[in-house]
Design a binder for this molecule. Structure first.
Ligand code: AHG
Ligand code: MN
Ligand code: MN
Ligand code: MN
Length: 286
């Protein structure tokens, strides 16, 4: 099995799981009594998606380990494997009760986890919207597929790139918790783009991939590292957007330059058209 076959097997397994994850949501909108390692209250749907993906991904030859936002530590495969998968099984799970978009994120690293962004060989996300779609980045190109009820993918766009004329923006966190520099930057962006913030990173980033613009979740006064997780959210989404010709930042440099010390490390996260990412870094450098 080549590297490319392994990546394809991971994408195929995530796509095949999408109808099962989607079908499992309606009856799993209740909270478990547990929190995940970054303190999110876990929905039954979070745990269900995580267990389903762990099983399917660890079955793949050459996948040596599975880590997820919902698990304290890496789950090692029985057989050795040089690829390590990091998963956000359900991104935006707080949108479940309000029936808004959610997604599944996957990153394929060629080093044991936690690994550097530059160790990503492929990344992808499933978006549970009116249509179930999957966006994947590998070998320098981004592809969008529609996932059928049978879990197979139909390619609908190849070489996906961010549009040159950006139109949307969305930033998380409460405004009083934003730094003065960041609030000032958002004021300029708000004069140029339309606010689109749906509370699930994958849905919000897919709007940026479709219409151009910028999405972010900044560091906050009371939480300077922000909310989003570097390994499970930052790296894969930055890899997708940068492969689509956009930029990413933690406020200072590309998220792919970051090497997490711990599995569940958080990071400020910004992705979108390079012009807006560059202006953000200039605004935050004071
Ligand atoms: P998850 O459901 O995997 O914990 O991720 C939720 C994240 C991300 O999807 C979204 O951008 C952000 O939380 C929204 O946070 P707020 O609810 O604070 O806006
Ligand atoms: Mn969560
Ligand atoms: Mn998430
Ligand atoms: Mn999640």
């Amino acid at each position: 099995m080549t590297a490319s076959d392994t990546v394809e097997a991971v994408f195929k397994a995530v796509a095949a799981s999408a109808p099962d994850v989607r079908d499992g949501l309606a009856g799993r909108r209740v909270y478990e009594s547990t929190d995940n390692p970054t303190g999110d209250r876990q929905l039954a749907a979070d745990v269900y998606a995580d267990e389903l993906l762990e099983e399917r991904l660890l079955e793949i030859k050459r996948v040596g380990g599975y880590a997820s936002e919902e698990r304290e530590s890496v789950i090692e495969a029985e057989a050795e494997g040089e690829y390590h998968v990091a998963c956000d099984p359900l991104d935006g799970s707080s949108n479940l009760r309000s029936n808004n978009t959610m997604g599944t994120l996957v990153g394929v690293y060629e080093e044991p986890l936690p690994a550097a962004g530059r160790d990503l060989v492929a990344s992808g996300f499933v978006l549970y919207g009116p249509i179930t779609t999957m966006v994947t980045a590998r070998e320098g190109t981004v592809t969008e597929s529609v996932i059928g009820d049978d879990g197979t993918r139909r390619t609908v766009e190849t070489d996906l790139t961010l549009p040159g004329a950006p139109t949307v923006y969305g930033f998380g966190g409460r405004v009083p918790q934003w730094s003065g520099e960041f609030a000032g930057y958002v004021e300029t962006v708000a004069e140029e783009l339309k606010l689109r913030y749906g509370g699930a990173m994958i849905g919000d980033v897919n709007q940026v991939l479709t219409y151009g613009g910028i999405f972010g979740y900044p560091g906050l006064e009371d939480r300077p590292e922000g909310k989003l997780r570097l390994l499970f959210e930052g790296h894969p989404i930055a890899h997708i957007v940068e492969t689509a010709g956009g930029g990413s930042s933690d406020g200072e440099r590309s998220l792919l330059e970051s090497v997490p010390e711990s599995l569940h490390e958080r990071t400020p996260l910004f992705v979108g058209n390079e012009e807006y990412v560059d202006r953000l870094e200039a605004a935050l450098s004071g």
